[in-house]
Ligand binder design. Structure first.
Ligand code: G3P
Length: 217
């Protein structure tokens, strides 16, 4: 499973990238607003740090506006993925932009039907939002399973980019189901390293090291 980082924090992206933990980056208008930076400038900086796809989202809601914005975003760098919402206009924009050779990430997906339409429109990525379904007492992970089944039934090449990931468990659950990509905030990716037994085991080793005065260098 590929790891995308869901942030516009370039310091955090660079740190994870140096560790080989970054296969791509996703942003959205809320993330860009949080960064307080100009969308074109920060997106370019991110594209310079990572080799993989960098999602930058349009802000128009009509197809023509999305296509014009998508074309402008695509000029930032070769690894730009234009992100469009899963609306009828978004699907139209997806079709046009993908036919021009631009990678497209169709976002705000909350059903298998929506994912099916995005695949038919040629989306490079579909972004189902796990956490926001869980927030309303639905099962976000079940949606990932459903989309995996639908895409595998027909050999769709659209990649499942699991999004709105809120916990380390979401990451391993996505990997078990076979999501192609999971995008998560840096803190969630770092939390995957945590285990209480690792901490306990290390504390015991450290106590023994001190008692026996073990030194290596
Ligand atoms: O990748 C989508 C993500 O940014 C949304 O996450 O936690 O706001 O639902 P969240």
């Amino acid at each position: 499973m590929k790891f995308f980082v869901d942030t516009a924090d370039t310091t955090a992206i660079a740190e994870l990238n140096d560790l080989g933990m970054v296969d791509g980056v996703t942003t959205n208008p809320s993330i860009i607003a949080k960064s307080g930076r100009d969308i074109l400038e920060v997106t370019k900086e991110i594209c310079d740090i990572v080799d993989g796809p960098v999602s930058a989202e349009v802000v128009s809601t009509d197809a023509d506006g999305m296509i014009a914005e998508g074309r402008k975003l695509a000029k930032i760098a070769d690894n730009i993925t234009v992100k469009v919402p899963l609306t009828w206009d978004g699907l139209k924009a997806c079709k046009v932009l993908t036919s021009e050779g631009t990678m497209v990430n169709v976002t705000l997906c909350f059903s298998a039907n929506q994912a099916l339409l995005a695949a038919k429109a040629g989306a490079t990525f579909i972004s189902p939002f796990i956490g926001r379904l869980d927030d309303i007492n639905l099962d976000g992970m079940e949606l990932i399973e459903d989309i995996r089944t639908v895409y595998d039934n027909y050999g769709f090449e659209t990649q499942i980019l699991a999004a709105s990931i809120r916990s380390a468990n979401h990451m391993s659950d996505c990997a078990k189901i076979g999501a192609d990509v999971a995008t998560a905030p840096p803190a969630v990716i770092k939390a995957m390293a945590n285990h209480v037994l690792t901490d306990k085991g290390l504390a015991a080793f450290l106590a023994d090291i001190e008692k026996a005065n073990i030194k290596i260098v």
